[in-house]
Design a protein around this ligand. Structure first.
Ligand code: GLC
Length: 528
C-alpha cells in the first residue's frame, strides 16, 4: 500500500448506473437491493469504491438527474434503509460509497420550485433564475438548453421566464442566493452523516452564471447538423470565475468530515479544468478528467494529452482518468474490442485514480435500441441517445442476462449477452473480464502503480510508452494503439520481465533491448 495516500488516491472507482446494474424487485429496473446482491462481484473484481448515479426521489424525466427530494431514495430504487444497508454492506467489503449530487438544477416537481413559481413575491422566488421577457416578448438572452431549444421557459402564471440548462423540467437553482447554498450544503451533510464516503457533483461547472446574463457568442466552428447546443460558445452560462467560491464552500463542508471525496463533473479544457482543484488544496479533490473520452484514439494524441495534463496539475493535486460513463459511447464501441483491452491497460496503469464504467470490464458495447424503445430525452430530441451505453449489466446467459426476472427490462439487453457476461468470462483465462481483474489486482498490490511518478518514454507511430517509478521500483508500460506489429527500442535501463500482457500470455518473459508488440497489444513490464 502507498501508506501516505488516501483511499480515493490509491483506489479504483466503479460507476454504477443503478437502473441497469441489478433488479432485485423484479420490475425490470435495477435497484439498491440489487446492488447489494452484486457487491461480491465487485469485491472479487477488486474495485475499492462505487459511485452510484442518482437514486433520489425523481420524476425521472432525466432518469434521476431531476431530483424532487434530495433526502430520500426513489421508491423505484428502494428506501433510505436500503441505502443504509448498502453503505454498511459495501463498507464490510472495504468498498467506499460515492453518491451523485445534482446541485445545478432540481426537478420542476421539487417543492422549492413549486413555491418559487407560485408568485413573484414568494420567499423562494429568488432560489431559481427568473427574469422578465425583453420588451418584444422574447427570452432574456440567447442561452440554449443542452437538451434542445432555448434555455428559457415562459411561466404564464407569473409572467416571467425561468432558466434551465437542461430540460425545462430541470430548472436551474440560483447559487448566488445564500439560502440556496445553505440548503444544498445541508443536503450534503445529511448524506455525509449517514456514512457516504463522497459525492460526484453533477455539472459542477454550470453552478454559477454570468451576473448580467450576457448573450453567449456564436461558435465560429459550428456547422449545420452538429449538436445544436454547440452553436453558441457557453462563455457566460458556464465555468464562471465565481463558481470556485461555491466549490470552496462545498469543500469546507466535506472537510468537516474525515477523508470524504468530492469529485466534479466538468467538461472544460485542461487549463480551466485544473482550476477546480482550488488555489490551495481547497477545491474539488478530483475534477473529473475526461480527456480519454474526448480525444481521438491515437497514440500520439493521447500521449500529448497525458503530458499536458501532468504538466498542468497544480502542486499537491491528485490526477484522475475516466474511460467511460453514462453519457458517452462505450469504449468498446469507440475504439473496438481489441483496442478496448489496450485502453483498459492505459486507464489502470496511468498515474491517478481510475474510474471504470459498469460493464466495460466485460467489453460491453453500445447497444442498438429500436426507435420505439428510445427513452433518453437527448435521444428523443436529437437522436444522439445515451440509451445504447446504459443497457442492463450482463451477468449470465439466463433470460435477461441474470439482470432481472421481469418480462421486460427498461432497456433491452445487448443481443450478445449470452456470450459476453460475468459468468462466461469469469473463469476464462483470456477474457476481457480476466484482464480487468488482473490489471486491478496488479495495480492494487503495487505502490508504484498506485502512486509512482509518471514519465513518458520515447516511442513512435502507434506506440505509447511510459514508466511509473516509486522508491526504486519501476514499471514500463508499452501500448500498441494499432492493428500492426510494432517494435520499441529500449535503452538499457528499461530491461525487465513481462508482468501482464493484454493478450494474457508471455507473463515472466524477459525483455531487454527491443520489445516486440503484437497488433493491439499492451504490456506492463516490471523493471529490474
Ligand atoms: C450530467 C449528467 C447527465 C445529465 C446532466 C443533467 O451531465 O451526467 O446524465 O443528463 O448532467 O443533469
Amino acid at each position: 500500500m502507498a501508506k501516505d495516500h488516501l483511499w480515493w488516491q490509491t483506489g479504483i472507482i466503479y460507476q454504477i448506473y443503478p437502473r441497469s446494474f441489478q433488479d432485485a424487485s423484479g420490475d425490470g429496473v435495477g435497484d439498491l437491493r440489487g446492488i447489494i446482491s452484486r457487491l461480491d462481484h465487485l469485491q472479487w473484481l477488486g474495485v475499492t469504491a462505487i459511485w452510484i448515479s442518482p437514486c433520489f426521489r425523481s420524476p425521472m424525466k432525466d432518469f434521476g438527474y431531476d431530483v424532487s427530494d434530495y433526502r430520500d431514495i426513489d421508491p423505484l430504487f428502494g428506501t433510505l434503509s436500503d441505502m443504509d444497508d448498502l453503505i454498511a454492506a459495501a463498507h464490510e467489503r472495504a468498498i467506499r460509497v460515492i453518491l451523485d449530487f445534482v446541485p445545478n438544477h432540481t426537478s420542476d416537481q421539487h417543492p422549492w420550485f413549486s413555491e418559487s413559481r407560485s408568485s413573484r413575491d414568494n420567499p423562494k422566488r429568488d432560489w431559481y433564475i427568473w427574469r422578465d421577457a425583453k420588451p418584444d416578448g422574447s427570452p432574456p438572452n440567447n442561452w440554449l438548453a443542452n437538451f434542445g431549444g432555448i434555455g428559457w421557459e415562459w411561466d404564464e402564471h407569473t409572467s416571467q421566464f425561468y432558466y434551465h440548462a437542461f430540460l425545462k423540467e430541470q430548472p436551474d437553482l440560483n447559487w448566488r442566493n445564500p439560502e440556496v447554498r445553505e440548503a444544498m450544503l445541508s443536503v450534503l451533510r445529511f448524506w455525509l452523516d449517514r456514512g457516504v464516503d463522497g459525492f460526484r457533483v453533477d455539472v459542477m461547472y454550470h453552478l454559477i452564471k454570468d451576473e448580467q446574463l450576457r448573450d453567449n457568442p456564436e461558435n465560429p466552428d459550428w456547422k449545420e447538423g452538429a449538436y445544436p447546443y454547440s452553436r453558441l460558445l457557453a462563455v457566460y452560462s458556464q465555468d464562471q470565475p465565481e463558481v470556485h467560491d461555491v466549490v470552496r464552500e462545498m469543500r469546507e463542508t466535506f472537510d468537516e468530515y474525515d477523508e470524504r471525496v468530492i469529485i466534479g463533473e466538468i467538461y472544460v479544457p485542461i487549463p480551466q479544468l485544473v482550476k477546480y482543484y482550488g488555489t490551495n488544496n481547497d477545491g474539488a479533490h478530483l475534477p473529473y478528467n475526461f480527456q480519454l473520452l474526448l480525444q481521438p484514439w491515437n497514440a500520439r494524441r493521447i500521449g500529448a494529452v497525458i503530458d499536458e495534463y501532468e504538466a498542468a496539475l497544480p502542486d499537491g493535486a491528485w490526477p484522475n482518468w475516466v474511460l467511460g460513463n453514462h453519457d458517452r459511447p462505450r469504449v468498446a464501441g469507440r475504439v473496438g474490442r481489441a483496442q478496448a483491452r489496450v485502453a483498459a491497460m492505459l486507464l489502470l496503469t496511468l498515474r491517478g485514480t481510475p474510474t471504470l464504467y459498469y460493464g466495460d470490464e466485460l467489453g460491453m458495447d453500445n447497444v442498438i435500441i429500436p426507435p420505439e424503445k428510445v427513452v433518453d430525452p437527448l435521444g428523443l430530441t436529437f437522436r444522439i441517445s445515451r440509451d445504447p451505453m446504459r443497457t442492463p449489466m450482463q451477468w449470465d446467459a439466463s433470460p435477461n442476462g441474470g439482470f432481472s426476472a421481469a418480462g421486460e427490462t427498461w432497456l433491452p439487453l445487448s443481443p450478445d449477452f449470452a456470450e459476453h457476461n460475468v459468468d462466461a468470462e469469469r473463469d476464462d483465462a483470456g477474457s476481457v473480464l480476466t484482464l480487468h481483474r488482473r490489471l486491478i489486482h496488479l495495480r492494487q498490490s503495487e505502490a508504484t502503480l498506485m502512486a509512482g511518478a509518471y514519465a513518458p518514454v520515447h516511442a513512435d507511430g502507434d506506440v505509447l510508452a511510459y514508466t511509473r517509478r516509486h522508491d526504486g521500483d519501476g514499471f514500463l508500460v508499452a501500448l500498441n494503439f494499432g492493428g500492426h506489429p510494432q517494435t520499441v527500442e529500449l535503452d538499457a535501463s528499461l530491461a525487465g520481465r513481462v508482468a501482464l500482457s493484454t493478450h494474457l500470455d508471455r507473463e515472466g518473459d524477459a525483455v531487454s533491448g527491443s520489445l516486440a508488440l503484437r497488433p493491439d497489444e499492451g504490456v506492463v513490464i516490471r523493471l529490474g
